[in-house]
Ligand binder design. Structure first.
Ligand code: COA
Length: 339
């Protein structure tokens, strides 16, 4: 477990100053799933809170990641050449190598940037945000783009009703910039991994342990494997514990918090986390109903939608929280720094 104290030796704080996102047009609603597996709209809605998700019909994760960054740059009226670093959180890269960050860099013409991918499943965006923030806080860089992008449809078994109804495709990105005003930006982070949970949520085929073969395909090892109930239980505890811990550590009470920004895996996990934090529903960012679980894209896309809807204001205190495969989980406390 790593905790990061609000370090007075930082040169700068890292602030999110821009947001962008892209969701493919094709919608898969619950009726569609009724037509391909033994399920119902009612079951999916009550057990997960999901109404529909998006499907990328052509191309890989880099297609969506590129469009999300282009959306961000357009809204900031900023040139790609200004970007110093691109970090792409994903578990569905276009290919093992080169990294999706390289593909995005080339697609947008970010000639002065370097970059890399980061794999932490549903906690990917939080891990990437904290990583990107270090480069800003040290004074090394001025413009870091952090992307959360996943084409979950590429690793979803659409004959498995337990899992296929959960996931969707999407990409979202934020821009981190420095500020000397330490009242704004990323204040604190608590991040965890526990690899002993690896067998409950994983994709075991196609890597160096089980290279692709007829056998791995026949055994469906190139798809997400999840023991839903087991993951549900640890996710509820992990999200609730880490969010209350970061609140206590920063002397925050529920009234101080403008929004909980939770990973969108299941509305029931989100509700349990909010309840434990003492936070009312209206202070919880939600988009799972429209996109399902888009893995590393859930948190930045919530930020993008709520900011663009005028619902986040400068000075708002936000608690970001996620849980995912690994297991990985964590929470970031930030103060929104732009109007
Ligand atoms: N439609 C209808 N019935 C379904 C179904 C579907 N799509 N999927 C599963 N069921 C059935 C099961 O087969 C089971 O039937 P049985 O009792 O006859 O065996 C029953 O519904 C209950 O299944 P259960 O696994 O107990 O449901 P649940 O309430 O735990 O909900 C999940 C299942 C997957 C929605 C839930 O466990 C979950 O969200 N897990 C965590 C996901 C997550 O957070 N991942 C981590 C981050 S990515």
């Amino acid at each position: 477990m790593q905790t990061f104290q609000n370090n007075k030796n930082r040169k700068f704080n890292a602030v999110i100053t821009g947001v962008g996102m892209y969701f493919p047009e094709k919608v898969m609603d619950n009726k569609f799933f009724e037509s391909i597996v033994d399920t119902s709209d009612e079951w999916i809605m009550t057990r997960t809170g999901i109404k529909e998700r998006r499907l990328l019909e052509e191309g890989g994760t880099s297609v969506m990641a590129t469009k999300a960054v282009e959306d961000l740059l357009k809204s900031k009226n900023m040139s790609a050449e200004e970007i110093d670093l691109i970090i792409c959180a994903t578990v569905t890269p276009d290919m093992f190598f080169p990294a999706t960050a390289c593909l995005v860099q080339d697609n947008i013409g970010a000639k002065n940037a370097w970059g890399f991918d980061l794999s932490a499943a549903c906690s990917g965006f939080l891990f990437a945000l904290k990583t990107g923030a270090q480069f800003i806080e040290s004074g090394a860089y001025k413009k870091v783009v952090v992307i959360g992008a996943d084409k979950m449809s590429a690793i979803t078994d659409y004959t498995d009703r337990n899992n296929c109804i959960l996931f969707g495709d999407g990409a979202s990105a934020v821009l981190l910039e420095p500020t000397e005003d330490f009242n704004y930006g990323i204040q604190d982070a608590i991040l965890h991994v526990d690899g002993s949970g690896r067998s409950h949520l994983c994709m075991t085929g196609g890597g160096s342990w089980n290279p692709p073969s007829h056998e791995t395909v026949d055994k469906k090892m190139h798809y997400i494997y999840q023991e839903g109930k087991a993951v549900f239980k640890v996710a509820v505890v992990g999200m609730a514990d880490v969010t209350t811990q970061i609140m206590e550590k920063n002397s925050l009470c529920s009234e101080d918090i403008a929004y909980l920004v939770p990973h969108q895996a299941n509305l029931r996990i989100i509700s349990a986390t909010a309840e434990r934090m003492g936070i009312t529903k209206d202070k919880v960012m939600i988009n799972i109903d429209r996109y399902g679980n888009t893995t590393s894209c859930t948190i930045p896309s919530c930020l993008t939608e709520y900011y663009r809807a005028g619902k986040i204001k400068k000075g708002d205190k936000l608690i970001l929280a996620a849980f995912g495969a690994g297991f990985t989980w964590g929470s970031i406390y930030l103060v929104w720094g732009v109007d």
